[in-house]
Design a protein around this ligand. Structure first.
Ligand code: CA
Length: 229
């Protein structure tokens, strides 16, 4: 199986350094210097599984690239490279459909580890489980990594899919933010718990009949969340 990664970064020094290290780690890497170029590469390479997107770019920025690729239905895992450190910016990035972010200046070892971790979640080979999990109007297909509601496919990022899978594998059981972080992001993840809340907020918009009064993913106050089922 090819492990194709797209690296979008306008600063050539940083880009070639990241590309070199990802290649050393065994990835098949394609690169872009502008957001426009990255979107073109997405059109021509449907097998891109992870994209590393720099935010600050000369043309359209990394958030716009992410938003556009999600709008076009691309489900690749996305890691944003952000120079900004404000919480609101991280949240903005995640709301555009990114799965993870790394703040500049970053260690390339950490970035490669994040790409690896995202790949493990996106790759999803060799299921031993049943093909599908069902709950109410929802059906989660483990092989296709797809979720439908009343037979209609819901467009999800890989992280959102991972969260739904965690819930549907634990129907009626309260999961703490730590549980969810571990199940979805993996125990190597060193980010903040807030990333869980941000993704759940986004997920509710996609799956709930009324996101303001969620009845599937309910909040367990002071603890985490639970799938009511
Ligand atoms: Ca840049």
């Amino acid at each position: 199986m090819k492990r194709k990664v797209l690296v979008l970064e306008d600063e050539e020094n940083i880009r070639s350094f990241v590309v070199l290290n990802l290649k050393r780690a065994g990835f098949d890497v394609i690169e872009a210097g502008t957001g426009e170029e990255a979107l073109e590469l997405f059109e021509r390479n449907s097998d891109i599984m992870v994209a590393v997107l720099d935010v600050m770019l000369p043309g359209i920025d990394g958030y716009e690239v992410c938003r556009t690729m999600r709008a076009r239905g691309y489900t690749a895992g996305v890691i944003m490279l952000t120079a900004r450190v404000q919480e609101s910016d991280k949240v903005t990035g995640l709301m555009t459909g990114a799965d993870d972010y790394v703040t500049k200046p970053f260690s390339v070892v950490e970035l490669v580890a994040r790409v690896e971790a995202l790949f493990r979640r996106v790759g999803g080979l060799g299921f031993q489980e049943d093909d599908a999990i069902r709950s109410g109007p929802f059906k989660l297909n483990l092989r296709a990594r797809e979720v439908t509601k009343n037979g209609v496919k819901i467009e999800l990022t890989q992280i959102e899919y991972g969260i739904l899978k965690a819930f549907l594998s634990n129907i009626g059981k309260a999961l703490s933010r730590d549980d969810i972080l571990e199940m979805v992001w993996g125990h190597h993840y060193v980010g903040e718990l807030k990333i869980v809340d941000v993704n759940i907020r986004r997920l509710r918009i996609k799956i709930e009949d009324n996101p303001a009064a969620p009845k599937y993913i309910v909040t367990v106050r002071g603890y985490g969340y639970m799938w009511e089922g």
